[in-house]
Design a protein around this ligand. Structure first.
Ligand code: ASP
Ligand code: MG
Length: 444
């Protein structure tokens, strides 16, 4: 069997949903299980509706009307009964009113509100299969067996989830259309797997079922050698390794949710990234072992808007536990650290710019351990390729090219996995660095 996951754009309107059913119908031989996102833009709308209701603005209720309008429009075009999702509409309306009256919004309630996007889209897609003569049944993530921990808005599946999925879906008689993104905790509360988490759902289901392949159907043709908005000559990478894809999922274009790779890798299930709007294109295939490309470099990724921490202390000289104390501060604020480089007296670390609001507190805590300085608006440029660690002079080439382009490198990190060279530049220099590197390594 295979898992076929369709993202928000792929189920973004009636025509797109119709396209999805045709794509799946052509692959019924492969015994598919379908996973769907909410209609494009709906999760963001729901989160805004909840925030609006909490602030007691009319916006919460207006957004609810828009939610209903969008789905009513789709169902009308697909000739589906408006009663199909009446229950979901009613529950959503009730909870938004509840938030409005209490003026209170917990992460748990936020997850409950966010869940309606996928609950409604799965029902619509499944009903459209039925209307086309393919018996289908919608499943919520929990009906499909996904049990998570209680970390709302960013939950993780429990290990036993895989056996439950297997049991629940083994008995399937009709084509399952499963909600991505949402699940339930052990205590029965609705949880979500983090924004973009439907890919993760697909991988969890794939692992539970021991799928032959996990297909991620999106609106671009696979993982690319660079962001095509920055590098017009960027092209689809035909085949890459899990490890390379993991690097790119995090730093590159948001084609694949970073956590998707793990369940697939654990069971060695190939992940294929395909374009719903160009279904015949081969896309990208992610497998355990992909031969490194001729010049060792697969892609150039970039992530802008990071904050660089420069931490200095002579206490680090010959001392143990110093690094642990520094990272403890980041941990206590739940802030992921992306890049690090250390010397005997200084540590450089970068974090995403979206935690700027916590900066004051962090700096004052770090100030007790070391001298802490920060600079903002920095970009991480990431050269990715499985052959980097085993090819001489890659780093030399990379920095010669970037330097010739007048770009100043502020920090460098190459882990011994030999998979990537990452370095930090000013936001304003990032696109130039990416273009120069792409031209040198990927356009010849
Ligand atoms: N609907 C969710 C989101 O927009 C999950 C997903 O689409 O993958 O974040
Ligand atoms: Mg996505």
């Amino acid at each position: 069997m295979i898992v076929m996951k369709f993202g928000g754009t792929s189920v973004g309107n009636a025509a797109a949903i119709d396209r999805v059913t045709k794509i799946v119908t052509r692959r019924l031989r492969d015994d598919p299980v379908v996973v769907v996102s909410a209609v494009g833009g709906i999760t963001t709308l729901l989160l805004e509706a909840a925030q609006g209701a909490k602030k007691r603005s009319r916006k919460g209720i207006q957004l609810f009307e828009r939610f209903r309008g969008i789905h009513d429009g789709i169902m009308r075009e697909l000739c589906l009964s408006e009663r199909l999702v009446a229950e979901e509409y009613e529950k959503l309306r009730e909870v938004l009113h509840g938030i409005y009256y209490l003026g209170e919004l917990t992460p748990r309630t936020l997850d409950y509100v966010a869940s309606f996007g996928e609950r409604v889209s799965a029902k619509i897609v499944s009903a459209h299969f039925c209307a086309g003569g393919i018996p289908s049944r919608p499943y919520s993530g929990w009906e499909a067996g996904i049990v998570t921990n209680g970390e709302h808005c960013n939950a993780s599946p429990l290990f036993r989830t895989y056996a439950i999925i297997h049991r629940k879906l083994a008995a399937r008689k009709k084509l399952p259309v499963i909600t991505g993104f949402i699940a339930r905790s052990e205590s029965g509360e609705i949880t979500t797997l983090g924004r973009g988490g439907s890919d993760f759902t697909a991988a969890i289901i794939g692992r539970g079922m021991g799928a032959e392949e996990i297909q991620i159907w999106t609106d671009v043709t696979g993982i690319m050698t660079a962001d095509p908005r920055v590098v017009p000559r960027a092209r689809t990478i035909k085949k890459l390794s899990f490890a390379e894809a993991a690097e790119l999922a995090y730093f590159g274009a948001k084609v694949l949710h970073p956590r998707t790779i793990e369940p697939a890798m654990e069971k060695n299930i190939p992940v294929r990234i395909l374009n719903t709007f160009e279904p015949e294109a081969a896309g990208s295939l992610v497998v355990r072992n992909a031969r490194p490309p001729g010049n060792s470099i697969r892609a150039i990724a970039c992530k802008k808007n990071n904050i660089l921490f420069n931490l200095r202390s002579t206490r680090m000289l010959d001392a143990h536990g110093y690094l642990a104390r520094i990272f403890e501060v980041f941990r206590n604020h739940s802030i992921p650290v992306d890049l690090i480089a250390t010397s005997e007296v200084s540590v450089s670390a970068t974090v995403d710019g979206n935690c700027a609001h916590k900066l004051g507190e962090i700096i004052s805590e770090l100030g007790k351990i070391c001298t802490a300085r920060t600079v903002a608006e920095r970009a991480i440029v990431c050269v990715v390729g499985g052959g980097i660690g085993s090819t001489p002079n890659i780093a030399g080439k990379v920095f010669r090219i970037v330097g010739r382009g007048g770009v100043n490198v502020e920090m460098i990190s190459q882990a011994s996995s030999g998979l990537n060279i990452s370095f930090l530049v000013k936001n304003g220099d990032a696109d130039r660095a990416v273009r120069l590197l792409h031209k040198e390594f990927l356009e010849r």
